[in-house]
Unconditional design. Sequence first.
Length: 143
Amino acid sequence: MFPSLSRRAYTLLELVIVVTLAGILASITLPRVRLLLDRQSVHSATSEIASVLASARLLALRGHAAVAVEVDSATGMLCVRRGGDTILLRNVATAHGIRLGHTRDSLTYDAYGLGRGAANLSIIVQRGAAVETVFVSRFGRVR
């Protein structure tokens, strides 16, 4: 009367094969995913640094006064100052999980937006194997 119900179970060998294949696939894809995440963090930090530098230049142009940008690689902070006032303070290292390096520790934009004492400032942004550099030319242009 009742149809026979057959239960299908997996053997231990089949489970070991599936777990092994999953481990192999994970070992192949996880480093690529980590590199992708590192690149994304570095790119967003680089964009934020370029934005802070462009804002500092614009403040110098609009305010007709010198604006200084200080880079602290130990804490990962960018500080924008005009005179004795701190206008902008950003901790990009903590926000993006990156490390900062630099060729100079500060840059000053004059009232015309030109970099005084810039001598081609470079800010190196690094996380894992991903690295990008923000350059500031002597004319104050960020690239």
